[in-house]
Ligand binder design. Structure first.
Ligand SMILES: Cc1cc2nc3c(=O)[nH]c(=O)nc-3n(C[C@H](O)[C@H](O)[C@H](O)COP(=O)(O)OP(=O)(O)OC[C@H]3O[C@@H](n4cnc5c(N)ncnc54)[C@H](O)[C@@H]3O)c2cc1C
Length: 370
């Protein structure tokens, strides 16, 4: 029998499985579709900078722990699997095209400032050294101001989840795909078995890591998890040369430039249920945003568009904790916009929780049933 069965094999489930297996536990990941095939594949892979400081709010502490671990994990995953997850620091620009986007940028920069993480105002001269393709927009007033955060990093989601899955296998984790958990067998205040079309599976403990589906799946276990899907659409464009170099935000929209010159143009936050369609108007808006900001992107090829479902929790804080009604069930879900960034820290604290150890971050604020 496995020690822990993870229900859901996205970045969160795989990261916890990887960490638990590194601590000598026998782990089974049961995934409905493909490993990392949902939000964890679809995301942009941005990892904002954060420092570790016990005085900070618990979510900021989790971000700090995760930011440090990303550096270690990228190296470790490369040496264990040969896969480079693409983690590297590219820096980010937080730009404003008017009062609304300026207020948003100020709001997003506030935690960096509180942590003394470098964020410098930019002018035309400085912008020319960071993102020369955007200088025209600042000079002619399409952009009004902005800040540079040199410590912001990114990774490549598909490579990261592939590296995690391979590293899990190397650590002896059992991975079962194409196996939606459809039924839970509960006896004496404990989950004793989960049932899938591929068979029934049992373990000593269970961890629910079903992302945007966690509200639904949790309800079947009698858990109240205020998690719902929020759709994000993305367009991948290829200008054939380097036009954008790093991460650029203007309000809710952003560029994430890859090393090969390709650029992710994202994104949206749409409350449309479990619908992963891309829509003409939204993709047009994203492409208009890209070309208006950097006219050099006019002839960029549109290579692909997609959408993913972020696991939104009602109060913006993920659920990390034990189920109040079932003694051998834990939940790690609802990371919304930052599930990739927060995944290594989540793996460490959830492993500590599952092993009955004190957790590196106080999990009271993340508890189930709050
Ligand atoms: C457009 C977009 C951009 C994003 N950008 C970023 C970013 O830049 N940085 C960042 O940190 N985050 C980003 N995110 C958010 C991030 O992708 C998510 O927070 C993260 O992927 C959540 O991981 P997860 O493992 O909880 O969920 P998922 O990756 O969705 O995994 C949950 C898994 O559970 C499985 N599952 C569901 N029900 C069952 C069942 N009954 N039985 C078995 N398996 C089941 C699903 O098939 C799925 O594979 C973005 C998301 C989107 C959509």
């Amino acid at each position: 029998m496995h020690d822990v069965l993870m229900i859901g094999g996205g970045a969160v489930g795989l990261s916890i499985a990887y960490e638990l297996a590194g601590r000598g536990r026998r782990v089974h990941v049961v995934e409905r579709g493909e490993l990392g095939g949902e939000s964890s594949w679809a995301g942009a892979g941005i990892v904002p900078p954060a420092r570790e400081n016990r005085a900070d709010a618990p979510l900021v502490q989790l971000a700090g722990l995760s930011a440090r671990l990303h550096v270690e994990w990228a190296e470790r995953l490369r040496s264990e699997t040969g896969i480079d997850n693409g983690y590297h620091v590219t820096g980010a620009l937080y730009l404003a095209d008017g009062p609304e986007t300026l207020a948003k940028a100020e709001g997003e920069l506030a935690p960096f400032r509180a942590q003394q993480i470098s964020c410098e105002p930019i002018d035309s001269q400085r912008l020319a050294t960071i993102e020369p393709a955007l200088v025209g927009a600042l000079d002619d007033g399409r952009l009004v101001s902005g800040f540079h955060v040199p410590g912001e990093a990114q990774l490549r989601n598909p490579r990261h989840v592939r590296a995690l899955a391979e590293a899990c296998v190397k650590r002896g984790v059992t991975l079962t795909t194409g196996a939606p958990v459809e039924e839970f067998v509960v006896r004496g205040g404990k989950l004793v078995e989960v049932r899938t079309p591929l068979g029934a599976f049992a373990a000593e403990q269970y961890c629910l890591t079903t992302g945007a589906w966690s509200g639904r799946v949790g309800a079947e276990l009698g858990l109240q998890l205020a998690v719902k899907p929020i759709r994000g659409q993305i367009a991948l464009i290829n200008p054939g040369a380097t036009v954008i170099r790093g991460i650029v935000y203007v309000g809710r929209k952003y560029f994430v430039a890859r090393d090969d010159g390709r650029i992710l143009v994202g994104s949206t936050e749409e409350d449309v249920g479990f619908d992963k369609s891309t829509t003409a108007g939204t993709i047009r808006d994203l492409l208009d945003f890209a070309v208006q900001l950097a006219p050099a992107l006019q002839d960029a090829r549109v290579e692909r568009t997609w959408a993913g479902l972020r696991p939104h929790s009602a109060d913006g804080v993920p659920y990390l904790g034990r189920a109040p009604n079932l003694s051998n069930v834990c939940v790690a879900a609802g990371h919304y916009r930052w599930g990739l960034a927060l995944s290594p820290g989540t793996a460490v604290v959830m492993t500590q929780l599952l092993l009955g150890e004190p957790t590196s971050v106080d999990l009271t604020a993340f508890r189930i049933g709050r």
